[in-house]
Write a protein of this length. Structure first.
Ligand SMILES: C[S@@+](CC[C@H](N)C(=O)[O-])C[C@H]1O[C@@H](n2cnc3c(N)ncnc32)[C@H](O)[C@@H]1O
Length: 206
C-alpha cells in the first residue's frame, strides 16, 4: 500500500478504532500480570509517560493501582483524539520520533517490536533524553525470545515475530538483541524479568 500501518490507520478511522480496541483487549490480560508481578517497578515512581499508549487502557490501570504516580498518555494525534478521558491522566499528542514528554519514567509497551533496530535506537534515545540520569527508568514490555526453548509460549512468541515482520516491518528480540539495542541507545544497565505473559518486562537505566 506504500505506507506503514500507522499512516494507514490514520486514514481509516474504523480500522483504527478496531486496532485500538484489539490492543486494549490484550492489555486487559497483560496489565493485571504486569501490575501484580512488578509492583516494585512502579511503586517508587513519581511520574510516568506511556509512549504509544493507544486508547489509554494501560495507563489508566497503572494510575488506579498506583495513584501517587503523575500519569501521561502519549500517542499520535488521531489516536489521542479518540482515547479515553481520565481525570488524572494527562493526554499529550505527538510523534515519538520527534520528541517525548519528560518524566521520571517511560513505558514502551508493545512498541519496539513494531520497528527496525535503527528506528528503535531513535525512539530509545528520545526516551533516555527525557528521563533524569540519576533516578530515571525506562520500562519496556515486549517479548524476550528464546528460539530453542521448550516453553509452552515459544511458538506463540515466534508467530508474533512473523506477525511483526508482515504487519509492521518490526520483529521480536532475544536477550542479546535487547542488550545490543539498549547499549547503542546509551543505557548503562538493564534487567529482563519474565512475567506470566508472552512478554517480559525490561527495565533500563540511563
Ligand atoms: C502496537 S500498539 C501498542 C499500544 C499500547 N502500548 C498497548 O500496549 O496496547 C502501537 C502504538 O504506537 C503508536 N504509534 C505509532 N507510531 C507512533 C509515533 N510516531 N509516535 C507515537 N506513537 C506512535 C500507535 O498509534 C499505537 O497506539
Amino acid at each position: 500500500m506504500g505506507m506503514n500501518i500507522w499512516t494507514y490507520l490514520e486514514g481509516n478511522p474504523d480500522q483504527s478504532q478496531l486496532f485500538n480496541e484489539g490492543m486494549a483487549g490484550e492489555t486487559r490480560l497483560l496489565t493485571k500480570t504486569l501490575i501484580e508481578d512488578c509492583r516494585d517497578t512502579f511503586e517508587g515512581l513519581d511520574s510516568l509517560v506511556d509512549i504509544g499508549g493507544g486508547n489509554g487502557t494501560t495507563i489508566k490501570a497503572i494510575y488506579e493501582a498506583f495513584p501517587h504516580i503523575k500519569c501521561t498518555l502519549y500517542d499520535l494525534p488521531h489516536v489521542i483524539a479518540s482515547s479515553h478521558d481520565h481525570p488524572n491522566v494527562k493526554k499529550v499528542p505527538g510523534d515519538m520520533f520527534k520528541s517525548v514528554p519528560s518524566a521520571q519514567a517511560m513505558l514502551l509497551k508493545l512498541i519496539l517490536h513494531d520497528w527496525t533496530d535503527e528506528e528503535c535506537v531513535n525512539i530509545l534515545k528520545k526516551c533516555r533524553e527525557a528521563i533524569p540520569k540519576e533516578t530515571g527508568k525506562l520500562i519496556i514490555v515486549d517479548v524476550a525470545l528464546e528460539e530453542k526453548s521448550q516453553h509452552e509460549l515459544t511458538k506463540t512468541r515466534l508467530i508474533l515475530d512473523i506477525d511483526m515482520l508482515v504487519n509492521t516491518g518490526g520483529r521480536e528480540r532475544t536477550a542479546d538483541d535487547w542488550e545490543t539495542l539498549l547499549k547503542r541507545a546509551g543505557f548503562r544497565s538493564h534487567k529482563i524479568r519474565p512475567i506470566r505473559a508472552i512478554q517480559s518486562v525490561i527495565e533500563a537505566f540511563p
